[in-house]
Write a protein that binds this ligand. Structure first.
Ligand SMILES: NC(=O)NCCC(=O)O
Length: 418
């Protein structure tokens, strides 16, 4: 790395920003929840949480060995539980999911294989703790085996991070974890599809707890906003909205930018998803105020659990880049604010993980809650899908005429009363 670059980014010898700077870059706020706990008067806190979060999530009693391992390994470990009412004819369907958020452990100009190996090691030590916590399904962040380098628009070395979803080294690594810990693993990677001309995709591989590759889901919506220059690398996914029936529940993966598209969530739900993972990479200046709303709203609208995962930290690139928005050339995309959380179909949610630290969020859920909430709110019944299907089919036609009923007065002829 050029020394001027090191000075500009105030990096340590590894090129990773100094921890105190990292917090400053995150706006100084380590976690929104910690701030609420600190600042809201104790007598009001429970009511504030009820209104903001749908109640106080039940804290899980996680094993001491897991808590101390997490501390030693320098990541946050939190656990929460969602309940469902007991039923007469169905047993509770309790499952524990794990959400992993992390920084890249090495500078982005380290050799590709060394970066991937370091990420594998980091994830392995977090998954080991997830196993201690009884996690059944674990999901990593978007493109977890690499820096989120698409902002640069450079092809090499970033395309070298792409791997086969079926038998690439990362899939093999995850298969070993899945078998060892009897855990379903959701592994979002940059995929190279050799069968179709070596094309690249933003994909998530779903691996059964038996170790078999169940299949893959591809990112349906590719951002064209700010420095998120992903359309330079891959196209919109072509696999629709697959769901995966695992031993622990029916799951789907809505990758990052798909969370801004309510119909994308809807289609996973239409196919029967009970838990929809949303592995993401997003930055504070762009989306932090949307983050708590979108996945949570999707859980409410679709009577399912949603799991929003975001990476952490700032990633620096040797060559400065621009994105046609008038900004000076820069070396980083922005601050990834973590804050991973789970939302339940009744609209309640867990607190978020830290904005600055690697973390594992363990959430226990009774999947019976999905149908219970569906029976209560009836969105699947009251949704006018046939009407929307018909009208959307019309709306995408070239000669579509919007259904606007006009006032008889010409537009702009009103008199201001102020
Ligand atoms: N990874 C990705 O699609 N990011 C786009 C920004 C966002 O969706 O917040």
């Amino acid at each position: 790395m050029a020394s001027a670059y090191l000075t500009a980014s105030s990096s340590t010898a590894l090129g990773v920003p100094h921890p105190t700077l990292r917090c400053a870059m995150a706006g100084g706020l380590l976690s929104l929840e910690a701030c609420l706990e600190r600042c809201i008067p104790p007598e009001d806190l429970a009511e504030v949480k009820r209104i903001l979060y749908g109640g106080e999530a039940r804290k899980l009693n996680l094993p001491a060995a897991a808590l101390s391992a997490a501390q030693e390994r320098d990541f946050e470990l939190q656990g929460y539980g969602f309940e469902a009412a007991p039923e007469q004819l169905r047993r509770p369907r309790i499952v524990r999911v794990g959400l992993v958020q992390n920084k890249i452990p090495l500078p982005t100009d380290t050799p590709v294989a060394v970066q991937v190996a370091a990420l594998h090691r980091r994830i392995e030590e977090i998954v080991e703790v997830a196993a201690l916590c009884g996690v059944n399904i674990i999901c990593f962040q978007e493109a977890w085996t690499m820096p989120f380098a698409f902002c640069t628009r450079e092809k090499l070395p970033w395309t070298e991070f792409a791997e086969s979803a079926e038998d690439g080294p990362t899939t093999k690594f995850c298969q070993e974890l899945a078998k060892k810990y009897n855990m379903v693993v959701v592994s979002p990677i940059l995929e190279r599809d050799e069968i179709h001309g070596g094309t690249l995709w933003n994909a998530a591989v779903v691996i059964s707890n038996s170790g078999a590759v169940l299949g893959k889901s591809r990112k349906n919506h590719i951002p064209r906003i700010g420095d998120f220059n992903e359309s330079t690398y891959y196209m919109e996914g072509n696999r629709g909205h697959p769901v995966f029936q695992t031993q622990f529940g029916t799951i789907a993966v809505n990758i990052c930018y798909g969370r801004h598209h309510p119909l994308n969530w809807l289609m996973f739900s239409m196919n029967g998803a009970e838990i929809i993972f949303n592995p993401s990479a997003t930055i504070g200046s762009l989306s932090e105020s949307l983050w708590p709303i979108e996945a949570r709203n999707a859980a409410i609208a679709n009577h399912c659990f949603t799991c929003a995962i975001n990476r952490v930290g700032t990633e620096y690139y040797k060559n400065a880049f621009t994105s046609g928005d008038g900004r000076e050339a820069h070396h980083e995309l922005g601050y990834f604010y973590g804050s991973s959380y789970v939302a339940a179909p009744d609209g309640s949610r867990t607190p978020g993980l830290s904005r600055v630290q690697d973390g594992l969020l363990v959430v226990e859920m009774d999947l019976n809650l999905c149908r219970q909430v569906s029976d209560k709110w009836n969105f699947k019944m009251t949704g006018r899908y046939e009407m929307y299907a018909e009208k959307l089919t019309e709306a995408v036609q070239p000669h579509f005429v919007p259904n606007i009923i006009q006032d008889y007065l010409p537009f702009g002829s009103y008199k201001r009363s102020w």
